[in-house]
Write a protein of this length. Structure first.
Length: 109
């Protein structure tokens, strides 16, 4: 995560603590006092988590599989062989087949 985003998130957390300690304070004033993003503060108050913590929902490769794919791409780079999109898709499908998940395939998207 970018340091700027962490800094902004800390300001939002400070604003939420300020609201907790002062129940009659308005969210707009707490955001102004802590210099936090008002829309972000409202999302956190509604219980919406940071987008970076939600993650993707349509991932077919596990973290281990993802690391294997990264190793393959690094190997291709080291030997001077370009790994285009079609090669990457084929490698992903081979990884899935090796796991016994042959019915699942990876597409260009």
């Amino acid at each position: 995560m970018a340091p700027a985003d962490d800094h902004e998130e800390r300001k939002v957390q400070q604003a939420m603590a300020l609201l907790k300690n002062n129940p009659k304070m308005k969210a707009k004033k707490a955001a102004a006092e802590t210099r936090a993003s008002y829309p972000r503060l409202l999302r956190r108050l509604k219980g919406v988590a940071r987008s970076s913590s939600r993650g993707g929902h349509n991932k077919k490769l596990t973290e281990v599989n993802d690391n294997v794919l990264k190793d393959y791409l690094l190997m291709c780079h080291k030997i001077g062989r370009a790994a285009n999109v079609e090669h990457t898709i084929a490698a992903c499908n081979l990884i899935l087949r090796a796991e016994g998940r042959a019915r699942e395939t990876v597409s260009r998207r």
